[in-house]
Structures are given as structure tokens and as C-alpha cells.
Design a binder for this molecule. Structure first.
Ligand code: NAD
Length: 490
């Protein structure tokens, strides 16, 4: 494999201090595709020291913003140049289809380009001053040393949401990708080096969450933690980060409702309800896994879902006709299996799926059939807990009020959808839905300038858009008296 299978600290490609390594597994067939350092706290400390020294040296943070923007733009161009290689690497590492990965790479280049353009915008604002002969202005400055921790489902996309704004605003950073999917992040660090990011500014440490991630979260030389991952991990990070009151940005889980009214375009709603969940085998924080369907169309809707799901083609992400690849790992497959068992025990009706596929050619991969439960209620844990796999729960409603009550009955508040041809009704619903993003007659639409983040226990802060810049900047008010005079206060 044409990839430096190492970590990147202070501008050097190095192994773990301990010499330990970890095999990276292809989830389609369990073959070892790479062997990377298994770093630990000592590697994290070395990376933090490098990032701290680079920040304190000030060359990056005080470089003209337009120069930083140019380097971030170079990264976007290199990602576009190497798009096919990156897409294939992402699919090899995660099992998702190459077509999906190509889409990810376009989005990722777009994110770097967006923040490159914003690097020199809105960096200071003159204020009206109440004091004669004075200047009052607000400037944005980098936060400092940023720890960035990402999950395995969209490894490089999630990394780009953190790397691009952090670099554009003059921070230094240490990134820790998920220990099971580090390959495209390594590749992008190669590209960042080629793009001209100076040594020490961006550091990459590989390894587990309870070692490297915990060190980043609790080390007093780290000023900010930006984390994307599960809610339980997010809570641990919040506690650890209290040690020096780090700034925190947390993108956590979701259990996202998708409300289907009877007056929606039936075929489009069926199609998008499926895509909203089974894309990347349901391993999406914003998957619309809680379908809430109006009673009058409920049975027809479920039948239409089942009919299509039965035709789904599971397979290698490298086959053009594959619709769904494998889950990420044996451990995660076992978690999804347990979740489905719980659904059956709780009394939900299994409409389709509920097991691993039987095809011999899929036996070595971590595959699970697309699964739909009906007769679900919010009292069931399968309606409350994230499966993070290809499983839909369907609930029924009679009135708009009831639909909204079901939609909001969750500790999460990441995203949701509403399907109706009545625009007034749609707007009424959206106003009452307690989520960071709501789609009307669409699902899972993202772009770099639209902020992303959750209400309730889905997180703190926002990534993407201009709000993404706020996460990585401190605000300083500067007041200058141009004609100072004694005030004779005693
Ligand atoms: P996870 O929480 O297990 O791991 C995420 C990252 O945190 C990994 O890099 C892991 O090594 C690290 N980590 C684990 N324990 C840690 C600790 N004690 N301290 C510091 N870091 C630690 O999550 P996952 O299984 O990789 O990803 C799935 C979860 O991510 C789902 O809950 C999903 O909803 C969420 N997610 C959210 C978003 C979003 O935008 N809100 C996007 C993608 C994924």
C-alpha cells in the first residue's frame, strides 16, 4: 500500500514509542490491509508538546490569514488530485461503497475550500465606542492547541470538519482518528505536509481512545477538544476536559425521527426513508432510524419499504451494484445483533431482516440484513437507543400533535425529517422539533456552509458553516484611548 503507515509528530513520520502496532482489517473479508503504530499516552504527550511549541512560537497563528488560507486551499486541491486513491482507501477501510466514498471526497475538498475562503474574513470588527477619541474593536484569535478525536463511520469527512477550520484560524492541533479506520486520515496528513503545513502545526497520533484520547482530553496543554463519537464517550471527555476548563465541541449520537404524513409524495418518501437509514449500512449519526408514519398510509408504507429492502444487494463496496456494504467490525455486528434481539424481546414485530445474510460470498464480512421493526413504541429501548446499524423502527400516529410528541421523545436532538406537501404544516412542525437540523421533503443533506450539531444530548457547539469558525476562535475586545487624560479620581 502506497501509504506511510506511521504517525506524524513535529513534521516527522514515526512509529509508536513503545514499538507496538495494530492491524487494520478490511470489514468485507477480514484481511489485514495495513499495520499502523498502536500509540499510547507517551506518543500523545510528544504530539501535544510539538503542537504547544508550534503554537507558542506563533509563526502559524500570526501568519497573515490569507497565507494560511492559501495552504488550506492547497490541501483541497491535493485531495481533488488524489480523490480516487482516497475514495478507494476509505472504502477498503470502512466497507462503504466506492461511489459513496467518492461523494465524501468531493465534500471533503469542499470543506477545505470553504474554510480556506473564510480564513481572512470577519477576523476583526470595529465597534462604536461610547468614549470620545477611542477605538473599540473585536478580534478573533486562535484558541491554541486543539485535540481532535474522530469516529470510524466517516473517518475523513469528520476529520475535515475539524482540520480545515482549525488550520484556517491559526490553531495547532493533534488529531486522533478512530483506531480502526485511520488510513485516509494518514493520507491526508501526507497531503497536508505536501501542501505546506509547517512542522508541529498538525500532528497525528494513532491509537485507542482510553489511552491517546484520554490523554488529549485531560492534558492541561490542550486548550480545546473537538470530539465526534458516541454520547457515553462524550460524557467521559467532558469530565476529563474540566481539568483546565477546555473549550469543548461535542458531536454525539442521534436517534433521528423521520415523520411521514399521508399527504407526502409516497414514492419519494419511501425511497428517501430507505436511503436515510441504509446508506452506509445505517452507520450514520443522522440516520433517520425512527420512522413515524401517519396511520392511514402506515401499512402501505411498510409494505413498500419491505418490498424494496428484500431486493437490496449486499456486497463489496468495490462492486458497482452493491447497495449496502458490511458493518465496521465483529464487535459492532454483535452489538447490532443484540439490539435486534432486544427488539424482539420487547415485543416489536420484525417485518424484514433480523439476521446475518446467508450468501456464502458474504460469510467473511461483517454483514447484517437491512431490518425493519413495526409496532414500536417510545417505551421500547430500540426506539430510544442508537443501533448505529441497518435497523428501522416504525411508529404510527394519528394527529400532528402526536407525531411531534413521538419525534421529540428522545434524549437526542441531532436531526429529523418531515414529509408533507403542506408547507404550512411543515413549518409548524419544524418550529416544534428539538433538533439541530430538520429536513423537509429530503433527508441527510449536508454542505460546508450549513452548520451541523445537536440539541440535547447530541452535543455541544456546531461544526461547518461560520459557526465552525467560532469553535476554533477566542474573541478579544480591544479598547484604545487615543487621547488619554487623568481622571483625578482622588
Ligand atoms: P466512540 O465514542 O466509541 O469513539 C469515537 C472516538 O473516541 C474514537 O476515536 C475513540 O478511540 C475515541 N475514544 C473512545 N474512548 C475515549 C475516551 N475515553 N477518551 C477520549 N477518546 C475516546 O464512537 P464510534 O463508535 O467510533 O462512533 C460511533 C458514534 O459516533 C455514534 O454514536 C455516532 O452517532 C457518533 N457520530 C456522531 C456524529 C455527529 O456529527 N454528531 C458523526 C459521526 C458519528
Amino acid at each position: 500500500m502506497n501509504l506511510k503507515q506511521q504517525q506524524y509528530i513535529n513534521g516527522k513520520w514515526v512509529g509508536a514509542i513503545s514499538g507496538n502496532t495494530r492491524d487494520i482489517i478490511n470489514p468485507f473479508n477480514q484481511e489485514v490491509i495495513a499495520t499502523v503504530p498502536e500509540s499510547d499516552e507517551s506518543d500523545a504527550k510528544a504530539a501535544i508538546a510539538a503542537a504547544r511549541a508550534a503554537f507558542d512560537k506563533g509563526e502559524w497563528s500570526s501568519a497573515p490569514a490569507i497565507e494560511r488560507g492559501a495552504i488550506v486551499r492547497n490541501i483541497a486541491e491535493l485531495i481533488e488530485r488524489d480523490k480516487e486513491e482516497l475514495a478507494r482507501l476509505e472504502s477498503l477501510d470502512t466497507g462503504k461503497t466506492v461511489e459513496e466514498s467518492r461523494g465524501d471526497m468531493d465534500d471533503i475538498a469542499g470543506v477545505f475550500r470553504y474554510y480556506a475562503d473564510l480564513a481572512d474574513k470577519d477576523v476583526e470588527e470595529l465597534m462604536d465606542s461610547p468614549v470620545p477619541n477611542s477605538i473599540s474593536k473585536v478580534v478573533r484569535e486562535p484558541v491554541g492547541v486543539c485535540g481532535q478525536i474522530t469516529p470510524w463511520n466517516y473517518p475523513l469527512l469528520q476529520a475535515s470538519w475539524k482540520l480545515a477550520p482549525a488550520l484556517a484560524t491559526g490553531n495547532t492541533l493533534i488529531m486522533k482518528p478512530s483506531e480502526i479506520t485511520p488510513l485516509t486520515t494518514i493520507k491526508v496528513f501526507e497531503l497536508m505536509e505536501e501542501a505546506g503545513v509547517p512542522a508541529g502545526v498538525a500532528n497525528l497520533v494513532l491509537g485507542a481512545g482510553h489511552t491517546v484520547g484520554a490523554e488529549l482530553s485531560s492534558n492541561i496543554d490542550v486548550d480545546l477538544i473537538s470530539f465526534t463519537g458516541g454520547m457515553v464517550t462524550g460524557k467521559k471527555i467532558m469530565q476529563a476536559a474540566s481539568v483546565n476548563v477546555k473549550k469543548l465541541a461535542l458531536e454525539l449520537g442521534g436517534k433521528n425521527p423521520n415523520i411521514i404524513f399521508a399527504d407526502a409524495d409516497f414514492e419519494t418518501a419511501v425511497d428517501q426513508a430507505l436511503n436515510g437509514v441504509f446508506f452506509h449500512a445505517g452507520q450514520i449519526c443522522s440516520a433517520g432510524t425512527r420512522l413515524i408514519v401517519e396511520e392511514s398510509i402506515h401499512d402501505d408504507f411498510v409494505n413498500a419499504l419491505v418490498e424494496r429492502v428484500e431486493k437490496f444487494k449486499l456486497g463489496s463496496g468495490f462492486d458497482e451494484d452493491t447497495q449496502m456494504g458490511p458493518l465496521i467490525s465483529a464487535e459492532h455486528l454483535a452489538k447490532v445483533e443484540k439490539y435486534v434481539e432486544t427488539g424482539i424481546e420487547e415485543g416489536a414485530t420484525l417485518a424484514v431482516g433480523g439476521s446475518r445474510p446467508e450468501e456464502p460470498e458474504l460469510k467473511d464480512g461483517f454483514f447484517y440484513l437491512p431490518t425493519i421493526f413495526t409496532d414500536c413504541t417510545t417505551a421500547m429501548s430500540i426506539v430510544q437507543d442508537e443501533a448505529f446499524g441497518p435497523v428501522i423502527t416504525v411508529e404510527k400516529f394519528r394527529t400532528e400533535e402526536e407525531a411531534l410528541k413521538l419525534a421529540n421523545d428522545s434524549i437526542y436532538g441531532l436531526a429529523g425529517g418531515v414529509w408533507t406537501n403542506d408547507t404550512v404544516k411543515a413549518q409548524r412542525c419544524v418550529a416544534k422539533m428539538r433538533m439541530g437540523t430538520v429536513w423537509i421533503n429530503d433527508f441527510n443533506v449536508y454542505f460546508p456552509h450549513a452548520p451541523w450539531g445537536g440539541y440535547k444530548q447530541s452535543g455541544i457547539g456546531r461544526e461547518l458553516g461560520k459557526l465552525g469558525i467560532e469553535e476554533y476562535t477566542e474573541t478579544k475586545h480591544i479598547f484604545q484611548n487615543l487621547k488619554p487624560k487623568p481622571i483625578n479620581w482622588f
